[in-house]
Design a binder for this molecule. Structure first.
Ligand code: BEZ
Length: 211
């Protein structure tokens, strides 16, 4: 069955470029991103993995572990990493799962045969410290992902898991937030010492509470 938001992320044990991992144990108390790419030695994937390597300090700062995956074997990943490092001027600094038997790809429904036969599409799963799935993205092979957007998503997920706010369209860290409709005006007054603006009864805006 397809994985949905709020579901427990399926656990697994897998070989990676940084040794075998037990997924839930590897996640530990923090956040995680599991993302698949279609195949090693392909151009868009090369740019994506190089980009993730360069952004690793940003993921670390947010307490997010990142792990890649494709259905290529370990020796293919190892050879390709050298190419990524060379061409993208970086050093791959996160594990990549070698899912040649497609166990993890099947668990996470990453193979979409009507889009791409036998290969994983560009899936992204963000998993919280409670091991529940917080976000799912699916991109086709032709479209490389915007990993700055994935960092923005993490900022929103982490903020909204701590405070009774939601984030509006195109929100960036530091922008005003939406007071969740479930809070009454009285509760919002108590919860948000910086105050809030009541544009409509259902549309109330407050400065980002942790800034
Ligand atoms: C790419 O990474 O460029 C790619 C991979 C699989 C199919 C098409 C493009």
């Amino acid at each position: 069955m397809a994985i949905r938001l709020g579901d427990e992320a399926p656990d697994f044990t897998a070989a990676t470029t940084e040794g075998t991992i037990k997924f839930h144990e590897w996640i530990g108390d923090g956040w995680a991103i599991l993302f698949s790419h279609p195949a090693d030695y392909t151009p868009v994937c090369t740019t994506e993995l190089g980009t993730v390597a360069k952004l690793k300090p940003e993921f670390d700062r947010r307490n997010v572990k990142v792990v890649g995956l494709s259905v290529d074997p370990l020796d293919s990943h190892q050879g390709w990493i050298a190419d990524i490092n060379e061409t993208q001027d970086t050093s791959v600094n996160f594990p990549i799962i070698a899912d040649a038997d497609r166990v993890v790809a099947d668990l996470y429904d990453m193979i979409h045969p009507n889009a791409l036969n036998n290969l994983t599409v560009r899936s992204v799963f963000v998993i919280g410290p409670d091991k529940r799935v917080k976000l799912i993205l699916t991109y086709p092979a032709s479209t490389g992902r915007n990993f700055d957007e994935i960092l923005r998503i993490i900022d929103s997920l982490q903020l909204t898991s701590e405070y009774k706010v939601a984030t509006p369209a195109n929100w960036q860290d530091g922008d005003d937030c939406i007071v969740v409709p479930a809070l009454s005006d009285e509760e919002a007054t108590a919860k948000f010492p910086k105050g809030f603006t009541r544009i409509k009864p259902y549309l109330r805006v407050t400065p980002q509470p942790n800034r």
